[in-house]
Design a protein. Structure first.
Length: 525
């Protein structure tokens, strides 16, 4: 890869803990603190956040399960009642509560909190405290009619809903709704959603269906006080608190590194990006030049020093009118000379298969998208060549493309986006960027991250090609011989920047892929 004038600094990202890690952390803290401390802090933090987000709410409905999540809700009810709110607590009694939840029940009753087995007719704010992270995917709501009724109300209400720890029915480790709950939910929330998650951020809050149903996420770390903090503040977690947490390998991408570059630079220090794709032949009744041109434009505007484009099946001497003069056209043989990053597959059609053996021999970083991924899924020889590559490779599938690579279906991918991305990264010895709501970035060593930028504006054709070009520019700017951490950071930067530009898009202005490509910039500009 081309020599760059800087080494990216690695930002500190908020940590994501699995359910098992959260339980280990909770166990460790409970051994260090007096009994009931964690639940008292959780309930206090919930009440404080409820008063902050809905200060004018008069009637607050708190739906409590019989476990510790319900105990947090009962403790919150004590404080909200003391603050003068009309608190209506509905509580499930299907099983005996654990010790802390039993103490919360006793405290609530002693404080004069009335308990009901039905939801109120109307409310201004709902607090969801039915189930926490222990929910099983095979939940059977036919055996729990009250819970089913309450969940239907919580998921369909137009009122503000504050969830304690995680929205009930959402799987904390995947962001998928349990199948039984999914049948109760509309396509998107009708009212505002907020989640106060306890101890640590959970991955399911930031990908798949969690991005809609968790809404605005706050954290109550519970380590020392009961305040709620912004998610960016959770840079630490508990390596020092528990030996079980020493292998924390998941993070939430909330920003990018912005290294300072010296003024004394030249184009070679920003790297070369080659784009191979955009089937120009109309033999198959279609021309897909636009996809590769979008990728090239994205690489150019993301700060690549030079961008070279080869349109498969086209004449490299003929410049299409929609290719910017800043972009150089090259034949396939000349693309061998590029020492930076190659991006291959955007609109490549059937012609990409013949080019892939040469592309996979490239000694620098490689980004494979779209039809390149489909060819690798279809041909074992290409797959084996990919796995054997010594240089950094980044794959950017959407769920259907990843399903082809893993010989499964889209529903299976979406039910566990994190698991699917990490599985593919390990099998294909590549960094996998699984696009979608809460894009998952996974490495062969099991490390993964979830991107917290981006929105529904990106759900249009061509934005994936823009992402591929943006990633090519980030990788091309790395110094030759960069270690894995630098490559990983470059990929995280590119994914975040792509989503961030959509987040900044002016209201009332239509986002298109070409406009998005032109809006990209070097991270330090």
């Amino acid at each position: 890869m081309a020599q760059a004038a800087h080494t990216p600094s690695t930002p500190s990202y908020p940590t994501l803990l699995s359910s098992a890690q959260v339980r280990a952390l909770e166990h460790t803290l409970s051994q260090q603190l007096p009994p009931y401390t964690l639940m008292e802090r959780a309930g206090t933090a919930t009440a404080r956040l409820a008063l902050a987000i809905a200060p004018h709410a008069r009637r607050i409905w708190i739906a409590c399960g019989s476990g510790n999540n319900g105990g947090d809700g009962l403790e919150a009810a004590i404080h909200l009642r003391a603050a003068g709110k009309d608190v209506h607590v509905s509580r499930l009694t299907s099983k005996a509560p654990p010790a802390d939840a039993a103490q919360a029940l006793h405290r609530a009753q002693a404080a004069g909190v009335a308990l009901h087995d039905q939801a109120p007719v109307d409310f201004d704010l709902a607090i969801d405290a039915i189930w926490g992270i222990g929910l099983r995917q095979d939940l059977d709501l036919t055996q729990q009619p009250l819970a089913s009724t309450w969940l239907h109300t919580l998921y369909n209400t137009e009122r503000h809903v504050l969830s304690i720890d995680i929205p009930s029915g959402l799987i904390a480790d995947s962001g998928a709704l349990a199948p039984a709950v999914a049948t109760l939910t509309p396509q998107a929330p009708r009212g505002k959603r907020t989640t106060l998650t306890m101890l640590s951020l959970k991955p399911g809050l930031f990908t798949n269906q969690g991005t809609d149903w968790a809404g605005s996420v706050w954290l109550a770390p519970l380590y020392s006080d009961s305040s709620a903090i912004n998610i960016d503040s959770q840079i630490i977690t508990a390596q020092a608190l528990s030996a079980d947490l020493t292998k924390i390998i998941a993070h939430l991408i909330t920003k990018a590194s912005t290294p300072q570059r010296p003024r004394n630079t030249h184009k070679g220090q920003f790297g070369d990006v080659g784009i191979i794709g955009g089937e120009a032949s109309i033999t198959h009744g279609q021309s897909m030049e636009g996809a590769a041109i979008l990728a090239a434009s994205a690489a150019l505007h993301s700060g690549a020093g030079r961008v070279m484009l080869h349109l498969l099946g086209g004449d490299s001497a003929m410049r299409p009118s929609n290719v910017a003069p800043d972009i150089m056209l090259r034949n396939l043989a000349k693309m061998r000379e590029i020492r930076g990053a190659l991006v291959c597959g955007c609109g490549g059609g059937q012609l990409v298969q013949a080019a892939l053996p040469q592309v996979l021999e490239h000694h620098g970083a490689l980004v494979l998208d779209a039809d390149a991924l489909n060819a690798i899924a279809a041909y074992a020889a290409l797959r084996n060549q990919l796995i054997a590559r010594p240089s950094a490779t980044v794959l950017t599938p959407h769920p259907l493309e990843l399903a082809r690579l893993l010989s499964t279906n889209t529903a299976a991918i979406q039910s566990d986006r994190i698991g699917a991305a990490t599985q593919a990264a390990q099998q294909l010895q590549s960094i996998v960027v699984l696009k979608g709501s809460g894009t998952v970035i996974a490495a062969p060593n099991g490390r993964y991250a979830i991107n917290n930028s981006g929105n529904a504006r990106l759900s249009i054709g061509g934005t994936g090609d823009v992402l591929a070009g943006c990633l090519g520019a980030q990788l091309a700017a790395l110094p030759a011989g960069s270690d894995f951490d630098a490559v990983w950071q470059a990929v995280c930067n590119g994914v975040w920047l792509h989503g961030h530009m959509a987040d900044k898009w002016p209201t009332g202005h239509t986002l298109t892929a070409s406009r998005l490509a032109e809006a990209l910039h070097r991270l330090n500009d």
